[in-house]
Ligand binder design. Structure first.
Ligand code: BTN
Length: 338
């Protein structure tokens, strides 16, 4: 995908279907005849759409006797193809991709204020000022990771909104484990760790009235193919990427597809059955149940054994304490965070 373009706007229907077919073929060629047959359009129309995609920045090779092939299909996030590949009931029905933006959360928030329906997803190849928790910056170099924000309009009270972060962290964990052989662990409240290093971060932002959520923006950042030198030196805590942990590049389009589908399934269950199923999976994945932990928050340090999380996402200790914020480490050993 060239700097100028792919993803500034989604390719229209036919072009996006062609892109999805080329993407699915990976490194193989597909003949013009085959594309024309599958899309029920003329070969001239195929050629025109291929040129449109090239103008959008997609590198498509054409060879007279073999057909068309998408270059570097594993390296690029093919947003237009993604729109066509995601099969979901709600999340990802509409995907907007941007080459560069300050923060996908900021874009999604503005769109939601202007009335965008729930389920819309904003993806960027590069964020100039990606937002992290507690006012931190989320390192967002171009072309290597996944930065996305999802607009939801759940019929819940504002106090229950943190429950949604638990859905996103579970969705990321499932996607990592489906597409790699890496093991993840969730660190309360919303960090995903591999080998005790942070690989993904979630940032929810909400617009609400006293008793009603207008919308929630689920911001998800996953370090996919980031190399060591791309992490800012001042990063406070150890961070990692799937590439650094596995030595293999992740297909970013495929990762985004699986993530959005998992999130769609989790959100559907959440709307039908509430928070209980996600809470159960979260506890299994966090491996915190019954463990001794140390929680530090603004200079205060508390130690206790974890007895669960409550319906608002607070961490419960067997002393009866409810932890609403802070950094948790297992067994009193202050480990990874951010
Ligand atoms: C954290 O600090 O752990 C949360 C990081 C959240 C980063 C993601 S990247 C996509 C979305 N847009 C943003 O500006 N932030 C979130």
């Amino acid at each position: 995908m060239s700097k100028s373009a792919a993803g500034d706007r989604p390719a229209a229907g036919t072009a996006s279907r062609i892109l999805a077919l080329l993407y699915a073929a990976a490194d193989a060629f597909i003949s013009g005849q085959e594309l024309s047959r599958q899309l029920a359009i003329s070969r001239t129309a195929v050629w025109k759409q291929i040129n449109n995609l090239r103008h959008l920045g997609y590198a498509i090779i054409a060879e007279p006797s073999r057909g068309y092939r998408l270059q570097n299909s594993a390296d690029n996030l093919h947003a237009a193809a993604l729109s066509h590949l995601v099969s979901s009931t709600l999340i990802g029905k509409k995907i907007i991709s941007l080459q560069e933006t300050a923060s996908t959360n900021a874009v999604a928030f503005k769109m939601a204020e202007e009335g965008e329906a729930e389920g819309a997803v904003i993806i960027a190849e590069h964020q100039t000022t990606g937002k992290g928790r507690m006012g931190r910056v989320w390192a967002s170099p171009a072309g290597v990771n996944l930065y996305c924000s999802i607009i939801l309009r759940p019929p819940i009270r504002p106090v229950a909104a943190p429950q949604l972060t638990f859905l996103s962290v579970i969705a990321v964990a499932r996607a990592v484990e489906k597409l790699t052989s890496l093991q993840t662990r969730i660190k309360w409240p919303n960090d995903l760790l591999i080998n005790n290093r942070k690989v993904a971060g979630l940032l929810n932002e909400m617009s609400a009235e006293t008793d009603k959520v207008n919308f929630v923006i689920l911001g998800i950042g996953v370090n996919l193919n980031m190399r060591s030198e791309q992490f800012p030196a001042e990063l406070r805590h150890p961070a990692t990427s799937l590439f650094l942990e596995s030595g293999t590049k992740v297909d970013r389009t495929e990762f985004a597809r699986v993530l959005l589908q998992e999130l769609d399934g989790l959100y559907t269950v959440f709307l039908e059955a509430g928070y209980t199923p996600a809470r159960k999976e979260w506890l299994e994945r966090s491996r915190l149940m019954g463990e001794m932990v140390t929680v530090t928050d603004n200079g205060s340090v508390r130690t206790g054994r974890v007895s669960g999380i409550n319906e608002y996402g607070a961490l419960l200790l067997d002393s009866g304490e409810q932890i609403l914020s802070g950094d948790v480490s297992l067994g009193g050993n202050l480990a990874a965070g951010n």
